[in-house]
Design a protein. Structure first.
Length: 233
């Protein structure tokens, strides 16, 4: 399992090393995976215009940058345990006044959308449930947590993960495990689907993915969580 110091040491070369791991994919676009996630998230942010967004486990700010750019009316907070990574993220987003970066969530504000993109498999198994419970406490009324994780049933994903220095020694989380963990902290699954079945942006491929969203073919899966609505007595 990677430690904070490991991510600190890799922060300067993070994107280079990630590109090497994903270099076997014919996307032709280094931002493909991040832009794909932004497209998936957009609906939930558009339904909450101007909502505060938390990029939990933001790393060097690749997703934070795109969130701040796509949603200028929203405040985007990036959080990570790696100080060096946060410094890189701040540099990347220096031209976006709506983006800021945090090394602590001791006194967080409430967020309409919390994004955790390929973060939970890096968290110790014993701590995942408590972390998810904490994220739940950061939600504003009607807010959602959007989680992306690698699909362990996809052999190509397994291959890419084996090449990635950040994923050394990790145990990937099955979609059913994520659903069970969410229920254990009082969160309901609002949507859950397999994504990234094709490494191309053309709409026809998204249409096919929509048809097979419940089949474990995608390289990753997306799970959207929200609080159970209050019951009237």
């Amino acid at each position: 399992m990677m430690s904070t110091s490991d991510f600190d040491n890799f922060s300067k070369r993070y994107e280079e090393l990630l590109d090497q791991s994903y270099g076997v994919l014919p996307t032709g676009d280094k931002t493909f995976f991040d832009l794909y996630k932004i497209d998936c998230i957009e609906t939930y942010i558009s339904n909450r215009p101007g909502c505060a967004i938390l990029d939990f486990g933001c790393g060097v700010g690749k997703l934070s940058f795109l969130l701040a750019e796509r949603f200028p009316e929203s405040k985007v907070d990036g959080y990570d345990v790696s100080i060096n990574s946060l410094q890189e993220a701040q540099r990347k987003c220096s031209n976006f006044p709506n983006a800021s970066f945090l090394d602590s969530l001791d006194r967080p504000e409430r967020y309409g959308v919390i994004v955790a993109a390929n973060v939970f498999h890096h968290i110790d198994k014993e701590k995942r449930k408590e972390i998810l419970r904490q994220l739940k406490s950061f939600l504003s009324p009607g807010g959602v947590i959007v989680i992306f994780e690698h699909n362990p049933f996809n052999p190509f994903t397994q291959y890419v993960v084996s090449r990635c220095p950040f994923d050394k020694g990790v145990e990937l989380i099955r979609r059913q495990q994520m659903t069970k963990m969410a229920g254990g902290v009082g969160l309901q699954v609002m949507a859950s689907r397999y994504v990234l079945m094709f490494p191309w942006r053309q709409r026809i491929f998204r249409w096919v993915e929509d048809l097979f969203e419940g089949v474990p073919l995608g390289a990753q899966y997306m799970t959207v969580l929200g609080e159970w609505p209050a019951t009237e007595l």
